[in-house]
Design a protein around this ligand. Structure first.
Ligand code: SAM
Length: 304
């Protein structure tokens, strides 16, 4: 289903059989993870129960109708995912939300300047909070996790210092951030399409930089975290193959519309942006994703 930030999110649409109660989102997630072996990133973040699936004129499930119904009525299946902890990180892999994992004696606070999209759940305290300007308690948290926020903030280094100070001594900070400077085209329909893709990526880098982003923040974060006093810095880069079906490709296609004016300021025409959308929808499109870095660091126990 469409998502304003990521382009798309996964929604499970469940049609119930007569007399059989639908699974809860947690039961469905457990089944998909443990029985069907879905990757964490493939698990549903939204959930919609229907009496039956909508069919098109040919008798097949009508995906467009389902997407519309999901956009109107789906409920969150779990909080907006933070970077899926992988088996290599020191955070154990799980689809349990942080609020469930801390148990009855712990607390989890989720913040954003626009917190409306953070799904509510027991044990989760949601606060509207500007990480640049609003007060932040010191030495309060065992774990602080931020995904794809500092990249956009011109004040990212000062914010990083604040996040470090918000950790208890011994606490862990995890940043999940993109480096969008790497993402080569692999297979394009023709050389002109390759040039267009590269022109588009270069314009995106320029417009984000102009807006104050550090487009390579993912690769810069480990050194910045060390400079901020964290120890045991553990950077984990990840990249994927991008095809026309990839959520990341839907996201950059979405950029051609919601960032249209800024692409035009960077010299792209509406014709080129339309051609980029056509290219990104081409079944033969193959590119390397940008790089996502998950970086952990620990606040020293004895020092500042
Ligand atoms: C790319 S989205 C990432 C959302 C979410 N962290 C995730 O990974 O799904 C960037 C988020 O940063 C939030 N944001 C931007 N400036 C902020 C600020 N000064 N303080 C707190 N949140 C901010 C935006 O509202 C938006 O939700």
């Amino acid at each position: 289903m469409p998502d304003p930030d990521l382009g798309e999110r996964v929604c499970a649409c469940v049609a119930v059989s007569d007399g059989v109660p639908p699974p809860t989102p947690a039961q469905l997630t457990t089944y998909l993870r443990d029985e069907r072996r879905l990757e964490p990133r493939e698990l549903p973040e939204h959930y919609l129960v229907l009496p039956e699936l909508p069919l098109g004129p040919t008798g097949k499930v009508c995906a467009a109708t389902l997407v519309r119904m999901a956009a109107e009525s789906a409920v969150p299946a779990r909080p907006v995912p933070h970077a899926p902890p992988t088996e290599e990180t020191s955070v154990p892999p799980t689809t349990e939300t942080p609020a469930r994992r801390v148990g009855p004696t712990g607390t989890v606070v989720a913040t954003d300047i626009k917190p409306e999209r953070i799904p509510d759940e027991p044990g989760l305290e949601i606060r509207r909070h500007d990480i640049v300007r609003d007060p932040l308690p010191e030495a309060e948290f065992d774990l602080v996790h931020a995904r794809l926020v500092l990249l956009h903030l011109p004040e990212r280094v000062a914010v990083l210092d604040r996040l470090v100070r918000a950790l208890k001594p011994g606490g862990v900070l995890q940043l999940d951030e993109f480096d969008i400077t790497y993402g080569p085209a692999l297979l394009m329909p023709d050389p002109a399409a390759r040039r267009l893709y590269e022109t588009f990526l270069a314009a995106k880098i320029r417009l984000m930089t102009r807006a104050g982003a550090d487009v390579a923040w993912g690769r810069n974060a480990p050194a910045a975290m060390r400079a901020a006093g964290l120890t045991g810095i553990d950077p984990r880069p990840r990249l994927d193959l991008w095809t026309a079906d990839s959520p990341g490709v839907h996201l950059i296609s979405h950029h051609t519309r919601h960032l249209r004016d800024r692409f035009v300021e960077e010299g792209m025409t509406d014709r080129q942006l339309a051609d980029v959308r056509t290219l990104l929808a081409d079944p033969g499109f193959r590119a390397t994703s940008c790089v996502m870095y998950s970086v952990q660091g620990r606040r020293p126990v004895a020092a500042g």
